[in-house]
Design a protein around this ligand. Structure first.
Ligand code: ADP
Ligand code: MG
Length: 835
């Protein structure tokens, strides 16, 4: 049916369920009557009882209009008609009570209502009134094809009357009770056809809660799985390099926040789970040193480490910072960017593969297939919002080369473990016999599913790997799945299972281990976990040739200087662990920020001269240059010229850096400024992230109204890095939009990155703030991450409670959750769209 197709292409509605979940975005509320003196300018549609006390025709340039004065006991508004005037004039009754309904206009201090719906009060009273009417989202196409609101409404009405009674509850009763939630069926009925405001509010609350709750469940489960099922390299010791650096070369004492974060990281990497941590810290909060210390931990445990930065300038800067900090130590560090020459590049590749190279710092160039680590233990990603999910997952696969069990490797590893933990090893061997002899119910169930679930990858059963017979293996992926039977319950037995896992991992396999009851009660879940593993890490063609198995993913630390409001972090990164450096190093002076209009430019230049006189350096920043935006380029060049005139050679030296320049030229100009050879840096936002020149103390931002808040905040972070008082001057034109005013005022009022992020979120909405990649999580049907914060907290808290109590959702009271959850996953693909 054409209409059905249209509903799908325009609104994404493809079945009854979607239709039921196509929520009205507003309601025509005819349950309320307004008094004229209580009307607000932003009230949309209102219903009023009153009388027409006067009627006149007003002549206009084009035609005429009929205007009525409409009064209640509190005031008057005008009713206006442009059409049907003659008929109206005859039929409208003066001084008789009417009920009118319509959209309000506010103009010249007065309210008016064009073409109101009208009904005499006595007629109105004699009918049963329909209450609130839903208004559904629509599109031009739909309207053109006569799929009007009325049509959609009738579809939903039909549907509800047909299947309303079979709508099943999706939340367990204890949760409904705890939060006093309306049932699912009642909620769906009332979201479409609310009996009154109160029921509507309850229906909305329930549906928002549910939506947020299941997102949180997904995120938290993902985290749980990561922590319990995905193994990571263990950095057992804090060793020589770390200690040597910490005691002898640390240039300053760490702030408490830095110490705390370091502890969090250490705890992660010492456990045998995989670390996936987001480190948030405002510009200048000192993330680099934390990253460095984390890398030293890796090196002390025999691993390599890497930092990936989004731009060449930033990567270079990290490289300089790290080499300087490590100059007295015997650690090799290299820089790999797009502009590194082939010969050098080859050397780096070789040193990386042989393990000679300890730390590699670079840009995306790191992700190329040619770049192979011997054993990458930790990857640090700076300024993560610039990297896509795809790139991040590529890093995951760089854990090390794949292993086609080299000769003698198995024996070597086994002997080592046998010597280290003889009794556990012995038990492991015994349990192995048992594995061979009995096929358990759980194994049978899992095998049935692995065979039939079309996982895209083939599994084999009871396969020999080294001296082990593993339950299931996907050879092309190096993924082993094992089910531990009922004899694996004592502490010793579990230890021996862990040992088995460790050995298999060391041989290059990925191991997931399930308990009997997990498989039997939750086969859907188990299959989902497996399919996710198959998806997540590597695609077949990325395995090096001849590869059987693969190494563990490196620990991941993502650093961002763009603070993310807590609510957003929860919804988008709810599955990551989050660390926050919420304290700046001591002695920082707050950057004084002012907003000036363009016409005050001369005064600003005078101020610049004074600062330069004192030996300071200055940034002047113009809006981003994009290939296509010739205008921006012109702005920048005009600006550069006028500054050159104002600050003439030879007294003043000026650097210029923009996106159209070759990396080498950029770097050259940057270095001149870094070295203090130039006093003024004219630039575009390419200097936004990370650049560190402590002697620069003034940041001028041209056309500041064209920048987003987070950009402004980043730019301002370039100054205030030294001991001197620093300044940020926001220049703008006189005419500003309301949002632009709010942005500039926020910058002047606060330097707290989190506060700025909150304002940004309110102005731009979550989708824009987080960028496309995460929009899947934020593509909410009814809840709103900004407005529904309290519900979000409740939902998350509830989800945590549920999982703490019953991680597998196997208790009877959670059956319904298990079911809903499985449905959601089937629909979205497990954890889809989340990194
Ligand atoms: P960001 O978090 O923006 O990456 P950086 O790591 O670049 O910050 O640090 C900013 C500056 O602060 C650097 O010059 C660094 O040496 C200095 N710094 C970092 N931590 C401390 C500390 N605990 N005490 C004093 N200075 C510090
Ligand atoms: Mg930084």
């Amino acid at each position: 049916m054409a209409r059905a197709e249209l509903l799908y292409s325009e609104l994404g509605v493809k079945n009854c369920k979607d239709l039921l979940h196509l929520f009205p975005f507003r309601y025509i509320d005819k349950t309320q009557f307004y008094k004229i003196n209580s009307l607000q300018q932003n009230t949309a549609e209102v219903q009023i009882v009153g009388k027409i006390t006067g009627l006149k025709t007003v002549e206009q340039k084009r035609g005429s209009r009929l205007v009525a004065t409409f009064r209640d006991e509190t005031g008057a508004i005008e009713l206006v008609w442009f059409r049907g005037q003659k008929w109206l004039k005859d039929s409208l009754k003066i001084n008789q009570p009417y009920v009118i309904y319509g959209k309000l206009n506010f103009y010249g201090g007065k309210f008016s209502m064009p073409h109101p719906e009208m009904e005499l009060l006595k007629d109105y009273k004699s009918k049963i009134q329909s209450s609130m009417q839903p208004v559904y989202p629509s599109t031009e196409k739909l309207a053109n094809k006569n799929v009007s609101n009325k049509v959609v409404r009738s579809y939903i009405e039909d549907l509800l009357s047909k299947i309303g009674y079979s709508i099943e509850e999706s939340l367990p009763s204890y949760i409904l009770q705890e939060h006093n939630l309306l049932g699912k069926r009642e909620s769906l009925i009332n979201i479409h056809f609310p009996k009154n405001q109160e029921l509507l509010a309850k229906a909305q609350f329930r549906l928002k809660f549910e939506e947020l709750f299941f997102i949180q469940m997904q995120l938290l489960r993902k985290k749980l799985i990561r922590k319990s099922k995905i193994k990571g390299f263990v950095f057992e010791k804090v060793g020589e390099q770390f200690n040597n650096f910490y005691t002898n070369y640390l240039p300053f004492e760490l702030t408490n926040a830095q110490k705390r974060v370091l502890k969090e990281i250490r705890k992660d990497v010492a456990s045998n789970a995989h670390m996936n941590r987001l480190l948030q810290g405002d510009v200048g909060s000192g993330k680099t040193i934390v990253a460095l210390l984390a890398m030293l931990l890796a090196i002390d445990n025999g691993f390599q480490a890497t930092i990936m930065a989004p731009t060449e300038i930033l990567a270079t800067q990290h490289y300089h910072a790290v080499t300087e900090l490590l100059q007295e130590m015997n650690i090799s560090v290299e820089l790999l960017t797009g502009s590194v020459k082939t010969k050098k590049r080859r050397e780096i590749h070789a040193a990386l593969e042989s393990g000679e190279l300890n730390i590699l710092i670079g840009t995306h160039a790191l992700l190329e297939d040619k770049v192979k680590f011997k054993n990458l233990g930790i990857a640090i990603i700076d300024e993560q919002h610039r990297f896509g999910v795809e790139q991040r997952s590529k890093l995951w696969r760089k854990g090390g080369p794949s292993l086609t069990l080299p000769e003698g490797k198995g024996t070597e590893v086994r002997n080592r473990y046998e010597t280290a933990r003889p009794s556990v090893y012995k038990l492991m061997k015994e349990l192995q016999k048992e594995r061979k002899q009995k096929t358990t119910e759980a194994e049978r169930v899992l095998w049935e599913s692995l065979k039939t679930k079309k996982l895209d990858f083939k599994f084999r059963r009871q396969h020999i790997v080294d001296e082990f017979i593993v339950d299931f293996i996907c050879i092309s992926k190096g993924l082993i799945v094992e089910v531990d039977g009922k004899y694996h319950n004592t502490k010793e037995q579990q230890e021996s299972d862990d040992l088995r896992t460790e050995i298999l991992q060391e041989l290059g396999f990925k191991v997931i281990r399930f308990k009997n009851e997990e498989v039997i009660g939750n086969i859907e879940q188990v299959i989902n976990i497996i399919s996710e593993e198959l998806k997540e890490h590597t695609s077949e063609n990325s395995l090096p040739s001849g590869g059987l198995g693969w190494a563990l993913p490196p620990h991941i630390l993502v650093m961002t200087a763009t603070p993310i409001p807590r609510t957003l972090a929860m919804s988008v990164y709810g599955d990551l662990d989050i660390s926050v450096i919420d304290e700046l190093p001591p002695g920082r002076k707050e950057v004084k920020t002012v907003h000036r209009y363009d016409k005050n430019r001369l005064a600003v230049f005078k101020f610049l001269k004074d600062e330069i006189e004192k030996g300071r350096q200055v940034y002047v920043v113009y809006p981003l240059i994009q290939e296509s935006e010739a205008m921006d380029y012109k702005d920048l060049m005009d600006g550069y010229e006028s500054i050159s005139r104002e600050f003439p050679l030879p007294k003043y030296q000026i650097s210029i850096v923009h996106g159209k320049m070759k990396p080498a030229d950029k770097e050259y100009e940057m270095q001149r400024f870094v070295k203090g050879e130039t006093q003024i840096m004219v630039a575009t936002t390419v200097i936004e992230v990370g650049v560190n020149v402590p002697n620069a103390s003034v940041m001028i931002i041209e056309s500041a109204e064209r920048f987003g808040l987070s950009q402004l905040h980043q730019l301002r972070g370039r100054v205030g890095r030294g001991a001197e008082q620093s300044y940020c001057i926001l220049l703008s034109s006189f005419k500003l939009s309301a949002d632009a005013k709010t942005r500039l005022k926020t910058m002047v009022d606060t330097s707290d990155g989190f506060k700025i992020a909150e304002v940004d979120l309110k102005l731009r909405g979550p989708g824009n703030l987080m960028g496309k990649q995460q929009s899947g999580v934020l593509n909410l049907k009814i809840a709103d991450v900004v407005r529904d914060t309290p519900i979000l907290f409740k939902a998350r808290q509830t989800a945590i409670g549920v999982l703490q109590n019953d991680a597998n959702l196997s208790k009877p009271e959670n059956t319904v959750l298990q079911k809903t959850f499985a449905q959601i996953q089937r629909k979205t693909g497990f954890w889809s769209e989340i990194s």
